[in-house]
Write a protein that binds this ligand. Structure first.
Ligand SMILES: Nc1ccn([C@@H]2O[C@H](COP(=O)(O)OP(=O)(O)OP(=O)(O)O)[C@@H](O)[C@H]2O)c(=O)n1
Ligand SMILES: [Mg+2]
Length: 425
């Protein structure tokens, strides 16, 4: 990037989604896009915020119509609209207050309060955000602004983790003073910030800092020093697994469902922070608006990991363990490893070796203990044995699956013979 005084000619990214001629003069890009461009951070999917002194919605509408992009009227009163392109989301807002400077002064942190006029390539930086950008510092614009939208209290930690910045001491002290206001924010918005911190290795440090500054007590009232130590251990265990078993490591990075972003590693981390009693954990997670699938995953992992204290299990026990765990297996193993005072993250660490047989079963889709296949259906058994549907039928099917897992039977005939012998008993 060539810098001539205040001119940053390359701030308009290559993947700019529309022609500049569609923008009135003046028009300003603000917020994250300017910050990231100045930092040289590029993104495949652009998220642009424009400030237009007046008529923002009409500008958005005209661009959306011309480019056949999606149009969403976000706030008719405050004149905010969104245009959705395949590779970018662009928000257009009327400036807040009577000047651009006033608008910038109402924002959260100095590094997010820099504007750029793409027509003139001029940077407007009344709060010296660039100085803080250079030094890697998140500095509040004012305490009043943090109080105006208390989500900003959490955003500080998320952005510190995301940008690898520090939070300026006075800002951090102010956040601590204002911490109780976090409960005024919609829980869903808080969850989004927490999730970012759970999803990234750098997030653990900042999550703990947020807790030390009293921001997380309303959401995880039972988290203690020990919980935070466990969270740090999850990170050590994850690193150990990445070194020893890339395949299992990839499982941990998968999300719980297509519709839910939280990964299995994230589930294990949440399990370290919630109340150890699953009914109370459930209430805490519901308040944070986690989905049923995420809540079920956390409570299942919490319920099952104590079973792994003794790693030596009969095939029968393993079969039932895999049945109960299902795809929560990976998160459950993490909790067991964290619980087993892991000494170091050295390759070949003893503790990981203990669970290696279970992990290989889980990773092998043909393993009949972890992934049983039905050799006979309930209906087939009813006909073969001439019995009627009853709870006994379920028991017989389970015994058939266990015997198959143990390698004792492998054909439908053998399954029928086994069921017959069990009926006689
Ligand atoms: N609670 C908030 C949210 C946003 N903003 C302002 O709106 C801009 C855009 O918001 P958003 O896209 O949510 O955040 P970004 O800073 O762009 O960060 P990200 O990289 O997460 O998009 C921010 O830079 C900031 O100036 C704010 O002041 N207070
Ligand atoms: Mg943004």
């Amino acid at each position: 990037m060539t810098i001539h005084g205040l001119i940053y000619p390359t701030l308009v990214p290559d993947n700019w989604p529309f022609g500049l001629e569609w923008l009135p003069q003046p028009a300003y890009i603000v917020g994250g896009a300017v910050r990231d461009a100045l930092l040289g951070r590029t993104r495949e999917y652009l998220d642009l915020d424009f400030i237009i002194p007046s008529g923002a919605v009409a500008v958005a509408q005209a661009i959306a119509r011309h480019y056949q992009a999606g149009f969403v009227l976000l706030d008719p009163q405050r004149q905010i609209a969104r245009v959705v392109f395949p590779q970018a989301t662009v928000d257009f807002a009327q400036q807040e207050g009577d000047s651009l400077e006033t608008d910038l002064h109402r924002r959260d942190f100095t590094i997010n309060a820099i504007a750029y006029n793409p027509h003139t390539a001029e940077i407007i930086d009344p709060l010296q955000g660039r100085t803080d950008l250079k030094q890697g510092i998140l500095r509040m614009v004012s305490a009043a602004n943090l109080k105006d939208d208390p989500l900003r209290l959490m955003r500080a930690y998320r952005q510190a983790a995301q940008l690898d910045f520090t939070i300026e001491p006075t800002t951090q002290a102010t956040i601590q003073t204002l911490a109780s206001y976090i409960t005024e924010v919609a829980a869903e918005r808080v969850r989004v910030e927490i999730n970012y911190l759970l999803a990234n290795p750098q997030g653990t440090f900042w999550l703990r800092k947020a807790a030390e500054n009293n921001l997380l007590a309303p959401f995880f009232p039972n988290a203690t020093l020990e919980s935070w130590e466990k969270l740090a251990k999850v990170e050590i265990v994850a690193a150990l697994i990445a070194q020893n078993s890339p395949h299992f490591s990839r499982e941990l990075q998968k999300s719980v469902r297509d519709t839910v972003k939280t990964t299995w590693l994230g589930i294990a981390k949440l399990a370290c922070l919630v109340h150890p009693h699953t009914e109370l954990a459930e209430i805490e997670l519901q308040k944070l608006t986690y989905s049923r699938a995420e809540i079920k995953a956390v409570t299942t992992a919490l319920q099952l990991f104590p079973q792994l204290k003794s790693a030596h299990k009969s095939v029968r026990e393993q079969y039932f363990f895999f049945q109960e765990a299902g795809n929560v297996f990976a998160a459950t193993i993490i909790l067991a490893l964290v619980d087993n005072n892991l000494v170091s993250a050295m390759p070949g660490d003893q503790s990981l070796r203990v669970y290696a047989p279970l992990i290989s079963r889980y990773l092998n889709p043909d393993d009949l203990v972890a992934h049983p296949t039905k050799i006979i259906s309930g209906d087939e058994l009813i006909i073969a044995l001439n019995i009627s549907p009853s709870p006994k039928l379920g028991e017989l099917l389970t015994e058939i699956a266990v015997a198959q897992a143990e390698g004792k039977i492998s054909t439908p005939e053998e399954a029928i013979a086994l069921a017959q012998s069990l009926l006689v008993d």
